[in-house]
Write a protein that binds this ligand. Structure first.
Ligand code: AMP
Length: 360
C-alpha cells in the first residue's frame, strides 16, 4: 500500500462523536480531516479542517468528496453500496466495503460468522407474523426480535416474553425483515477490538467487559475478570480469522456474550467503537490513532495498558449535566461531544478513569 503521509487529507463519512475523535487523533499526527455528513453542524465538523454537508445516498456528492481527499474511511454504517462504491472509485477507502456490507445486515453477519467457525446466539430469519410464531416455538422464549438493517443502541429491537406477543412485536417492527434471537442469560458481555494494518499486522487491545443499560453501552472496564479469559481467547481467535479473511484495514470490533467458557457472537462493527473509548487514555495507542495509522499505511502503535485498571462510563442524555461533579475528581478524563441537545438515550460524552496508578 502507498503511504498517505502526514499533511494529507483524510475523508471521514459520518459526523458523530466517532468521527470527532478520529479527527482529533488525525490532527495530532499532522493530517487534515474532511467530514461528510447530512447534519448542519455535526460534532466531528467542529474539530475538522473541512466539512461537506450531503446525504448518504447522494452518489454524485460522495464522488466529489472522494476526489477531494487522499484516503477515506467511515464512522457511520448505514451507507448504501452504490454511493459507497462511487466514493471508493475516487479515493482508497478503508475498511473494505465488503466488511460494511456484511455488518449492515444482521442475518448476513451471523451467517458470515458461522462460516468462520463462530457461534452466534440461536437465531432464525423471519419475514412475517407466522414465521415469527414458528421461530419462537423453535428457539423458545424469551426472545428478541431485531430488524436486519438500520438498528443501533437497542433501536429496531423488541423483546418478546411469550409466543402470544408475536403479533404485537411484528407490528412494532412494521413488517421490516428481521431476525429473532434467543434471549441469552449471559455471565457478561465483552468486545474484541483489533486494528489490522495493510501488511496484515494485527494489534489487539485488552478486551473490555461491557455493561449495557436499556440496550445502550453504560460502561466498559479493562481488564475483564479472569473468569472471562477462556471465552475472550476464543473470541479473539475468531476476530483475527474474520479480519484476515476480509483483508481488513483499520479497527474492527466484535461484540460477544460470555456463557461459561463460551463466546456467543452478538454483532460486529467495521469501525472504531464505543467500547474502545477507554483506549484514549487507557492504552499506549488509542483505537482512533491506530485506525488513522492503519488507513494511512503508517506503523501501528503499541496497545498495552497505560494503567492496571481502566474504566469508561458513558454520559447519556441528562447525565451530561453532571460534568462539574465529574471534574471534581481530578483523575477523571472528561470527554464531551459538543452536542447541543441532551435527548434521552443520546450519547453526550464519556468519562475515563485510570485506576491503580500511584498518585491516582
Ligand atoms: P445489540 O444492538 O444487538 O448489540 O443489542 C444491544 C444490547 O441488548 C446488547 O449489548 C445486550 O445487552 C442486549 N441484547 C441484545 N441481544 C440480546 C440477546 N439475544 N440476549 C440477551 N441480551 C441481548
Amino acid at each position: 500500500m502507498t503511504i498517505v503521509p502526514p499533511g494529507s487529507t483524510i475523508g471521514i463519512v459520518g459526523g458523530g462523536q466517532l468521527g470527532r475523535m478520529l479527527a482529533l487523533a488525525a490532527a495530532q499526527l499532522g493530517y487534515k480531516c474532511h467530514i461528510y455528513a447530512p447534519e448542519e453542524a455535526p460534532p466531528a465538523a467542529e474539530v475538522a479542517a473541512y466539512f461537506t454537508r450531503g446525504d448518504y445516498d447522494d452518489e454524485a456528492a460522495l464522488r466529489r468528496f472522494g476526489a477531494e481527499v487522499d484516503v477515506a474511511t467511515f464512522e457511520f454504517e448505514n451507507i448504501a453500496a452504490g454511493p459507497l462504491a462511487a466514493l471508493a472509485g475516487e479515493a482508497p477507502l478503508y475498511p473494505p466495503c465488503q466488511a460494511l456490507e456484511i455488518a449492515q445486515d444482521r442475518l448476513n453477519e451471523k451467517r458470515f460468522i458461522q462460516g468462520h467457525n463462530g457461534r452466534p446466539v440461536a437465531f432464525a430469519a423471519v419475514d412475517g407474523e407466522t414465521a415469527l410464531a414458528a421461530a419462537l416455538k423453535e428457539i423458545g422464549t424469551p426472545a428478541i426480535l431485531k430488524t436486519r438493517r438500520f438498528g443501533y443502541d437497542g433501536k429496531g429491537q423488541v423483546r418478546i416474553r411469550s409466543v402470544k406477543e408475536a403479533a404485537k412485536a411484528w407490528k412494532e417492527v412494521k413488517g421490516a425483515p428481521c431476525v429473532v434471537e434467543a434471549m441469552v442469560e449471559f455471565d457478561a458481555e465483552f468486545s474484541i477490538l483489533l486494528c489490522r494494518s495493510p501488511e496484515g499486522e494485527v494489534a489487539v487491545w485488552d478486551s473490555p467487559r461491557n455493561v449495557h443499560r436499556s440496550g445502550i453501552l453504560d460502561r466498559s472496564t479493562v481488564p475483564a475478570d479472569k473468569a472471562l479469559q477462556p471465552a475472550i481467547g476464543k473470541a479473539e481467535a475468531l476476530a483475527r480469522r474474520v479480519a484476515d479473511s476480509l483483508d481488513y484495514v483499520g479497527v474492527l470490533t466484535l461484540e460477544f456474550f460470555a456463557v461459561g467458557e463460551e463466546a456467543l457472537f452478538n454483532e460486529m462493527a467495521p469501525r472504531v467503537h464505543n467500547s474502545g473509548h477507554w483506549t484514549i487514555e487507557g492504552s499506549l495507542t488509542s483505537q482512533f490513532e491506530n485506525h488513522i495509522r492503519a488507513i494511512c499505511g503508517l506503523p501501528l502503535g503499541a496497545v498495552g495498558l497505560a494503567a492496571p485498571r481502566v474504566e469508561m462510563r458513558n454520559l447519556i442524555g441528562d447525565e451530561v449535566t453532571g460534568w462539574r461533579e465529574i471534574l471534581a475528581d481530578r483523575t477523571a478524563h472528561l470527554h464531551l461531544y459538543g452536542k447541543r441537545e441532551a435527548r434521552p438515550g443520546r450519547k453526550m460524552g464519556h468519562v475515563t478513569r485510570l485506576l491503580g496508578l500511584s498518585g491516582g
